[in-house]
Design a protein around this ligand. Sequence first.
Ligand code: GLY
Length: 357
Amino acid sequence: MNTTEIWQRIDEKLSRVALRSMDKIPYTADNGVHDNKADSDITWWTNGFWPGLMWIMYVGTGKEVYRRAAERAEEKLDAAFKNYDGLHHDVGFMWHISSGVNYRLFKGGDSRLRTLYAADLLAARFNPKGGFIRSWNDDHLGWVIIDSMMNIPLLYWAAKEHGDPRYEYIARIHADKVLKSHIRPDGSVNHIVSLDPNDGHVIETFGGQGYGVGSSWSRGQAWAIYGFALSYIHTGDEKYLAAAKKAADYFISCVEKTGWVARVDFRAPDEPKLIDTTASAIAACGLLELGEDRYVGAARETLSSLMEYCDFDPETDPLLLMGSEAYYGRHHMPIIYGDFFFTEAIYKLTGGKFLFW
Ligand code: GLY
């Protein structure tokens, strides 16, 4: 796998896609044409990935078209701040990699405020009695989703930006709780856990987007690998690195048997054969941060296998095909975060040092 060549092919394609989708915030694509969540659902949890992808390309190439597309989407996202009830635990996905990257690169005041607002929204979800950041709204008082580990880097950033340790404190208490309640002894993870909002003990676990209770949803596994790796990077606390490696070892033991591309759920029946390329792309990004050759080797194997599912044609919009929403959702479709993480992994392998999270 020649990563420089792959990067060039991504750039050839995305520099055209950036122009075509300049006024959109895509989630998926239909017949090779991006949809537009900016019009249909501005608070949708994936809306940071398009500007985030544009920032990866900007950082990696310096091309202004990417910066323009990223900033256009960032401005559109302001409408989401007006829908308080529509916002949720995924504000890190939405702003840390959009306005957050813009601010880290250019120090613009509006980008700083957007990112700090998002951090405050996330911090305000912290339950001090239970010791966790709650997921979702409504009556899900104690639900915590493994994906939350990817949102808390926003808090590590806010702690530094404000010079106020509260944000990191909240992030670490949450990470410690997820480590205990979501990571199982064999390294597989629970997707959703219901915790008692008064004392934080585990009440119940759910299958979430996986096959069922006790199953093993591969994208959740990938969120755990990369999420704990990021908590280690931001805090230097070795227990988070150990957790990321434990989740990674389990993931690798599952995918090395089946050609490195993840099935949607590692514990679902063999048929129907459902795969999720997004899980593999996210896991590859996490594996590359674990600091051992065996993990880098696994990431390379994974990305090589994903090449079979890439569409490098500049005339179509999506890059990574065959993602999955959930075991009981839509399958084998392009999803914007698949493009984001595949591109981020290739960026890392070409020597890119900017940490987008
Ligand atoms: N729960 C967000 C995801 O689909 O990964």
